[in-house]
Design a protein around this ligand. Structure first.
Ligand SMILES: NC(=O)c1ccc[n+]([C@@H]2O[C@H](COP(=O)([O-])OP(=O)(O)OC[C@H]3O[C@@H](n4cnc5c(N)ncnc54)[C@H](O)[C@@H]3O)[C@@H](O)[C@H]2O)c1
Length: 414
């Protein structure tokens, strides 16, 4: 069977991560790209690593006509227009075997719902990219503990955290373009990772029913005058006027529909984590057993003294969102593999080859968007949100958080 022709929409940070991941995935080539900037760099990387032609297309229609699978790796605010253009291309005859969308599926439940409707109208299998569920460490821990889960009962508490010092591009900081702050950007990862960890062995990813959510959002670092000024100068975003949260935490309760057992997911996310760089930390606690993952623990570390610090060309080559270039540094030799990008690509390619959705499809992505938005509602109203209440479900369909509206000051400065 021929390799699937993969077309990327977007050639920025995450597109490069996926290109690195593709180096260890069989059955797919990076055949084309469309983006507003960064295409030449991505094409050159693809050529250097033998990933495929990576032809640069000047519009989405052409990319779709020449691809088997299209991956939406562009900013959140461009999702709807991009997927509408993909739908037009399919209508015009593009024969797609799969559609990929990066997290978050939508900035609101309404946007996510629109994307699911478009995918269903196209009748093309989908993959929602949530890399952390594909992390080898998480999968291995769950495999290792499967006999304990069966004998003792399932994991009852899962805690997931993703933290770093703040995003790389200005649009992430602007809540009106990104869809919020760190809860929208990274809470989606942590909620999904814990939901997955809590799911009993052999059950579907949506088997556990979300019943309630609590959340707290705060602006702990980037609202302080000197950091606000730094941010304004660096990104053009003024957190004095349109602030977003740089810290969030909360819990989601899930019900096992067969046993009635309630299990709980705790999430913590921040853009004020001034340590070595990105840290993902997860643990799962069951009766009599547990696991823990911390991506800052590497078997490799390097030391760079003051005298040699001038020679450092790119500290981020050692670790995503690296904040230091001297001292004792954690280095992760294959981050695309560590964070699950390679496995999520491989799983999607295998699914599309068989003509089916990936493990996580866009409907699943919509459920994550719903939980994130319910988190904002809980934080705004300072109460536990009952996710089973039809009135809450109705409200979420048209809900847009104060923070995403650019009115975050009303809650973050209150
Ligand atoms: N899974 C993860 O851990 C992870 C990490 C980073 C980003 N992401 C997600 O990936 C997406 C992209 O993020 P990024 O960090 O690569 O952003 P980025 O700003 O680094 O790159 C965005 C790319 O999209 C292009 N682009 C912008 N508007 C476009 C449009 N209308 N049509 C086509 N291309 C357009 C830009 O030119 C650029 O090439 C976001 O949705 C983000 O949430 C996921």
């Amino acid at each position: 069977m021929q390799n699937l022709k993969l077309g990327f929409i977007g050639a920025g940070f995450v597109a490069h991560f996926h290109a690195r991941a593709l180096c260890s995935v069989r059955g797919a080539d990076l055949s084309g790209v469309f983006a507003l900037k960064g295409t030449e760099d991505l094409r050159d990387y693809a050529h250097r690593h033998g990933l495929g032609e990576c032809t640069i297309y000047s519009n989405i229609a052409e990319l779709c006509m020449n691809s088997d699978v299209v991956a939406v790796l562009a900013p959140n605010f461009a999702r709807i227009e991009i997927v509408e253009q993909i739908a037009d291309a399919v209508q015009a005859g593009a024969e797609l075997k799969g559609l990929i969308c990066e997290k978050p599926l939508g900035r609101t439940v309404a946007e996510g719902t629109r994307l699911v409707a478009l995918a269903e109208q196209m009748n093309v299998p989908t993959a929602y990219f949530e890399n952390q569920i594909h992390m080898k460490t998480i999968r291995k821990a769950l495999d290792q503990l499967a006999p304990q889960q069966r004998a003792m009962g399932p994991i009852a508490l899962a805690r997931s955290a993703e933290e770093h010092g703040g995003p790389h591009e200005p649009w992430f900081w602007d809540p009106t373009r990104q869809g919020g702050g760190v809860l929208s950007d990274m809470g989606c990862h942590s909620i999904a990772a814990s939901w997955f960890v809590l799911t009993p062995v052999g059950k579907d990813v949506r088997f556990l029913e979300p019943v309630s959510i609590t959340a707290d959002c705060a602006l702990l670092k980037w609202g302080q005058p000197s950091y606000r000024q730094q941010l304004l100068e660096r990104t053009g975003v003024d957190y004095g006027k349109t602030p977003a949260e740089d810290f969030c935490t909360g819990t989601v309760s899930f019900r096992n529909p067969e046993t009635g057992q309630i299990v709980r997911a705790q999430f913590t996310n921040s853009w004020m984590f001034d340590k070595q760089g990105l840290r993902l930390m997860m643990d799962g606690l069951g009766p009599g057993y547990a696991f823990e993952v911390n991506t800052l623990r590497s078997p490799m570390e390097v030391f760079i003294g003051d005298a040699a610090a001038e020679a450092v060309a790119d500290a981020e080559a050692a670790l995503e969102k690296s904040t230091a270039s001297r001292g004792l540094l954690a280095v992760q030799p294959n981050e695309a593999d560590l964070y699950g990008y390679a496995d999520e690509l491989a799983e999607a390619v295998a699914a599309f080859r068989e003509g089916r959705d990936a493990l996580l499809n866009w409907r699943y992505g919509l459920e994550i968007t719903r939980l994130v938005q319910a988190g904002y509602l809980a934080a705004e109203e300072k109460r536990t949100i009952d996710l089973t209440d039809p009135a809450v479900q109705k409200r979420l369909e048209s809900y847009n958080s104060l923070i995403a509206q650019g009115r975050g000051g009303e809650m973050l400065f209150a």
